[in-house]
Design a protein around this ligand. Structure first.
Ligand code: C2E
Ligand code: CA
Ligand code: CA
Length: 497
């Protein structure tokens, strides 16, 4: 750490030391009376020396320390008869990226600025401490009858003030924060611990709507949090218990009317909660480091599906598998995929890697660049998912050997009635054409949308209008019924044995 960063960090640490005294003096006053306070102050330099340890040592304490202090203040506030107390937790959005982009000095200045912004928007009796990394926590003294609306106003003021951070950093940093809070009268038997937990639950909820969201704790949030914790706990055993499945959604080529492929979409057959969609469990998998395992399970099931279709005589040229940023960073990814392709004897060009446009647009990670280049070299197709939501440059579309763009559902919905929407998709199709890449429209829900897409020259479509994602066992029967209905023969595979 540089000298400036160190001095700023120790300035915030001094604040921590100051708060330690507030607590020890108050606690001592309660426990030992005035004589005890005198004794504590007499030994203050000794305590101060103990607290001002080397930075390395104190960082370990720092995680527990500020939480303990906030807990102490909250217990004291809860003990005061009258108005409720509130605790508030502020987390700077996208902190890791900010640190990478701007470096430690700027971030230390931003942290000091954040602390002062929070303090300026609270009263002198309230206490705010830097918890760790991006997070700050405040305990608000029970001075006035506080309600959710006044707290929301305070949080909005804090967020607004954080927008001015560049005045402190001298570089154009964009700072936003997510905030969660709870007022003690929202809990049945509030304790310092339950209040802090409730504030963190509210923060988690705010972070789902980040950047810059505020959430007040409610019972619904608490129920949701309990369910998420349950999912996180069960996730560890989901794979060994064989509960993770690939479902398959067909993709149709509009020109030939035949299947251009399927997309593999994960589902968790949870023993109690039923069939869970990715949005219900991917965040827990990410947190538990289970994404590489998910990727491998999906690849295996996708390749098994191709083998199954080949044997059944259903012509499925390709299968698309989704990969998140964390999976794309895995240095073993390419070897694993190559090995599974070899074992199942499937040609690499039948596997499409679906990558979000946002990943390619922001991508600075060498591992991702290397993996995507190696997968393209291997012969796999690269599909750019949710196209239109991530601002990928034309250079990146070329650099990453993208073979197909998947136009996001938000551009497709209502394309038959909305002229602007249609013009936008036409422009995307022209661009795709010039770049020599294919285009698939996602989320096609009506026949009219599909017909419009066909008229304007979109190659492939995918959506509920054709079929919802389904388990492997249903795919062949679906295809037979579907093609019989549209009077188009099921394409008998050249690969059929
Ligand atoms: P995605 O890759 O954009 O997948 C398309 C999503 O849209 C799927 O939701 C699909 O069920 C849904 N969809 C398809 N057609 C329609 C339609 O006509 N209307 C509407 N309203 N929705 C439609 P799903 O299966 O819930 O997946 C959500 C997201 O989760 C996926 O979005 C993908 O980003 C992620 N995901 C799914 N499976 C995996 C996986 O195995 N690995 C990773 N890393 N991510 C996955
Ligand atoms: Ca996808
Ligand atoms: Ca998509």
């Amino acid at each position: 750490m540089t000298k400036t960063a160190e001095s700023k960090s120790s300035a915030r640490q001094k604040l921590f030391v100051g708060s330690t005294f507030t607590v020890s003096a108050l606690t001592t006053l309660v426990l030992l009376g005035p004589a005890g306070v005198f004794a504590t102050l007499l030994f203050a330099p000794v305590i101060a020396a103990a607290v001002t340890k080397s930075r390395a040592e104190s960082q370990t304490d720092h995680v527990e320390g500020p939480r303990g202090l906030i807990s102490g203040h909250l217990s004291r506030f809860l003990g005061q008869i009258g108005n409720p107390t509130t605790t508030l937790v502020v987390e700077i959005d996208d902190y890791q990226r900010l640190e990478e982009v701007y470096g430690t000095d700027v971030i230390e200045t931003a942290l000091t600025f954040t602390q002062s912004v929070i303090e300026e928007n609270l009263t002198d009796q309230d206490v705010t401490l830097h918890l760790d990394g991006a997070r700050f926590m405040s305990a608000l003294a029970p001075q006035a009858p506080i309600n959710t609306e006044t707290m929301l106003n305070t949080c909005t003021r804090i967020q607004h003030a954080l927008g001015q951070v560049s005045q402190a950093t001298d570089v154009p940093v964009q700072l936003t924060a997510s905030i969660g809070f709870v007022t003690s009268n929202k809990l049945v038997r509030p304790t310092a611990e339950t209040m802090m937990q409730a504030a963190f639950s509210a923060l988690s909820e705010a972070k789902r709507r980040a950047p810059g969201a505020v959430r007040a704790y409610s019972e619904a949030i608490s129920a949701k949090r309990a369910s998420q914790q349950r999912i996180a706990k069960d996730a560890k055993h989901a794979f060994e218990k064989g509960e993770i499945f690939a479902y398959f959604q067909p993709q149709l080529n509009l020109e030939s009317g035949t299947l251009s492929g399927f997309e593999a979409l994960t589902r968790w057959h949870h023993p109690e909660k039923g069939i869970l969609a990715p949005a219900d469990f991917l965040p827990a998998f990410e947190q538990a480091g289970l994404m590489p395992k998910l990727g491998e399970t999906m690849i295996k099931q996708a390749l098994q599906a191709l083998t199954f279709w080949d044997k059944s005589g259903l012509d499925v040229p390709r299968i698309g598998v989704n990969f998140s940023t964390s999976e794309l960073c895995n240095p073993r990814l390419v070897d694993q995929i190559a090995m599974h392709l070899d074992v199942s004897n499937i040609a690499p060009d039948r596997l499409n890697i679906e990558v979000l446009e946002t990943v390619i647009a922001q991508e600075t990670d060498d591992d991702i660049t290397g993996n995507l280049a190696a997968l393209a070299d291997l012969g796999c197709g690269i599909d750019l998912d949710d196209f239109g939501t991530g601002y990928a440059s034309i250079t990146n579309i070329r650099r990453f050997s993208v073979g197909r763009i998947k136009i996001d559902r938000s551009f497709v919905t209502g394309i038959d009635t909305d002229d602007e929407q249609r013009k936008m998709v036409e422009a995307i199709l022209t661009m795709a054409d010039r770049l020599g890449v294919h285009a698939l429209a996602e989320g096609v829900e009506t026949r009219a949308e599909r017909d419009t897409l066909q008229t304007i020259g979109c190659h492939d479509v995918q959506g509920f209008q054709i079929a919802r994602p389904m388990p492997i066992q249903e795919t062949v029967e679906w295809a037979n019924a579907y093609f019989a209905r549209v009077s188009e023969p099921v394409m008998l595979s050249r690969r059929a044995s």
